[in-house]
Design a protein around this ligand. Structure first.
Ligand SMILES: Cc1ncc(COP(=O)(O)O)c(C=O)c1O
Length: 352
């Protein structure tokens, strides 16, 4: 009987719920405002060119990203979503005798990527739902090769401030690759948010991840990127498959980078709706964490039951057991109509 490698056999798969058209989908932290019309036009214009392979490595997009962030093009790598870059890092830097560290309550792609290499995944308990960087530092040993940090974190929406992250990054050995995943960067409004791209200038072991899936509304096209030292990026390019980013995704991302108005509107809508949800949840007495992203982690007594009842009302949210937060439901901030429907349904459930 054929069997996967033993370390793969032990891993859970990532199967999620099947989306249903009639439901209000607040389960995947997508941009609820749809793609920008300008980007849609560019995608439509590129459709006749899908008989051609993409330009290898996404040269044009890497050039635009490098210019935007004032780095060299050889410091940028594209991925089929930033999730692919998460995996490339694990593949390039981890062997079965190594370990990689992250929080116990974070993006599930990190343990997935680490374990698929056969390396040990050290998931360090969070402290009041936040990354416990002191405990992570204490868990480092001579076999530690990679540390993954999501900032802001998924599923909590919490961010790590400069005063905590700056000394942590500076304290790490340059033998350890530090991944700072900033998928929700654009939604953060705090002045205390760290300048992770500045770390890249001083620390060759730091790689910053960004994505087009969130504020740029391109989750379905799968495109994200990493910025790091030439040494880190060149290691990732060794394990990257050729043409990993498709023609439509590259064209769309190029147009999305230029469409500052879409980004502005998405951020503004998110800010407005975040306030609406905060005041509504306060009114209902539902506990939630102070989010800096486009979703909320709510804390409830019986999250599975609440999620099931929401679903009966046509609203799909994400329970957070898989993130080691059994008491949570993660809710994406939707359009005003979606958020009203969510709050009305939740109100019926919690006031029953
Ligand atoms: C923290 C974090 N990083 C990365 C991603 C992945 O984004 P992408 O769609 O670019 O693979 C997500 C997606 O939800 C996320 O929550």
């Amino acid at each position: 009987m054929m069997k996967p490698a033993s370390h793969i056999f032990a891993m859970p798969d990532y199967l999620q719920e099947v989306p249903q058209a009639s439901k209000i989908w607040l389960a995947s932290n997508e941009n609820c405002y749809g793609p920008s019309p300008k980007v849609v036009e560019v995608i439509a214009g590129a459709l006749t060119q899908v008989n051609r392979y993409p330009n290898e490595g996404g040269y044009l997009l890497r050039e635009a990203i490098a210019a935007k962030h004032s780095v060299s093009i050889s410091q940028v790598i594209l991925g089929n979503g930033s999730s692919e870059v998460v995996e490339l890092i694990a593949r390039a830097f981890l062997q079965p005798q190594d370990n990689a560290i992250t929080s116990a309550q974070t993006f599930v792609m990190y343990p997935h990527a680490i374990r698929s290499t056969g390396a040990e995944c050290r998931q360090i308990p969070a402290k009041d739902f936040a990354y416990d960087l002191d405990a992570i530092a204490a868990a480092i040993d001579e076999h530690t090769r990679v540390i993954y940090v999501a900032n802001p974190n998924n599923p909590t929406g919490l961010m790590i401030g400069k005063a905590i992250l700056d000394p942590f990054v500076a304290s790490l050995s340059s033998n350890i690759v530090v991944v700072l995943d900033e998928a929700y960067f654009d939604y953060v409004e705090s002045d205390d948010f760290p300048q992770a791209l500045e770390y890249v200038k001083s620390f060759p072991n730091v790689i910053v991840l960004r994505t087009f899936s969130k504020v740029h509304s391109l989750a379905g096209l799968r495109i994200g990127y990493g910025i790091g030292s030439e040494a880190v990026i060149s290691s990732l390019n060794r394990v990257r498959a050729p043409y990993n980013v498709n023609v439509l995704a590259e064209r769309a991302a190029l147009a999305a980078l230029e469409d500052e108005e879409h980004v502005r509107l998405s951020k503004e809508g998110n800010r407005h709706e975040r306030r609406f949800l905060e005041s509504s949840l306060d009114r209902l007495g539902v506990r939630y964490l102070p989010t800096t992203a486009n979703f909320f982690l709510t804390i409830l007594h019986d999250p599975s039951d609440v999620a099931a009842q929401l679903k009966q009302n046509g609203i799909v949210v994400r329970t957070t057991g898989r993130f080691n937060i059994p008491e949570g439901i993660r809710v994406t901030i939707g359009t005003h109509e979606e958020n009203i429907a969510f709050i009305e349904a939740l109100e019926k459930i919690v006031t029953k």
